[in-house]
Write a protein that binds this ligand. Sequence first.
Ligand code: F6P
Length: 540
Amino acid sequence: MSAVDSVAWQALAAHARAPQPHLRERFAADPQRFQHFSATWNDWLLDYSKQRVAAATMPLLFALWQAADVRGWSERMRGAEAINHTEGRAALHIALRYGKGAFLHNGRDVMPGVRAVLDKMERFVDAIHGCHWRGATGEPISDVVNIGIGGSDLGPRMATQALAAYRHPGVRVHYVANLDGADLATVLEELQPRTTLFVVASKTFTTQETMQNAYSARAWLTRELGEAAVSRHFVAVSTNLTEVARFGIGAENVFEFWDWVGGRFSLWSAIGLPLALAVGFPHFRELLAGAHAMDEHFFAAPPAENLPGLLALIEVWNTNFLGAGTRALLPYSQSLSLLPRYLQQLEMESNGKLVDRAGKPLACAVAPVLWGEAGTNGQHAFYQLLHQGGRLVPCDFIAMREPDFALPGHHEKLLANCFAQGEALMRGKTQAEVRAEMLANHIPESVVACLAPYKVFPGNQPSTTLLLPRLDPHNLGALIALYEHKVFVESCIWNINPFDQWGVEYGKQLASRLLPIMEGKAPADGLDSSTSGLIAYCKK
Ligand code: F6P
């Protein structure tokens, strides 16, 4: 029986139908609300007291966790069962950061292979940083371009930006993903073939965008340096060694990973190579250690203390019982400004599904639309809607107690803004408060009467604040793993497979059908009038 059919689910539905006090009333009624609805892990703090939860809500959500058999599914993951059943694969990203001991998959220990690739990555990173690996003309490598898309781009790109304070001075790392030639062209404009290294990162090594960009990059390089230069300027990260060889990259320049690593869970594998080149290998190992620490927390802590579990349960409460269709991710950290994009893939590609594990239509809403922006920038863009747009938009604030770039005067203001937004969204401002405030400022009654309605804030907008001590490799690893496990817990509750992504296939299939038509090599037969009209207009 799935959690959606459980007694806990029914009880939560009844609980949600009962009158729900405004968040400001909840705070007024319980001066200890922060203590009652917050959790810590090491020196992290998760404050969910500004969520629309009551004392009775959390035990019901914990019962839902039990009904979803989160522990059973976690054990299946750890036991390397093929929980990605539609692709017949295990989901073993946790093994990539396991560090010590053996990790069995089909009776074989995967750890020697994992460690061998990590060691090969380390040697390579050290060779580039130490200028032992040089380009075809003997010059050291100054720029690395990662060519990949989706899971082969978003993770290392986000983490490279997040760890800007840890950058190795000798090498600049760039990322190219888009099929639009503007992406590659604008990056190459700044670079010299003699000093550029390309990392072609693709699990399948067949992804259209990546292969097009890789071949264009290769043409750019060989135009100046000749074919023989490819082996000094291209390395690959892939599970598909045959296709890598066909591209012309020798086995010695391939960093392997395995089909039990999903694309959006692959940062911990050799897909992390450009990040390791950007920040150095000791920092990459720290990232893995941080993720492993979060794994241990997730697998051991009861739901009331389990940070990924709490985030997941709150999202289920907001989505399935309060009717939220979206969630805003608001890191008050410029370095984490790519986190919303990264989590869009992690959360929406994983849990944006139509059917359950048995292939039956889902009876409940799943993954809300995730979006967001770094604070304070978002405040000057879309926060107006959060405050007065009349929509329920649960918000996740993320902030660091210490800055990663300590310019005097910045960080306190940043934190003050972060906490003020959570407070404003929770509390709101009534018409009576608006009037009193305006009159106290000696504004004439006629103006007060006219403007007061525009200055009312309904409040009651739920938010969670996650406070980390600082943004370092260890905490970043743990933060990413936190969201991976959150997604996993939700998938247990919604009874879906979070590790496949069939929904991205149809568009790819149709694009390959349209390409020969666009190129004039096939007739535009059988197309709808819009698609054929668009193609005809382009060819005019
Ligand atoms: O968009 C679908 C997808 O398969 C993602 O899951 C994956 O991260 C991305 O394409 C890139 O795939 P690959 O690493 O095989 O090039």
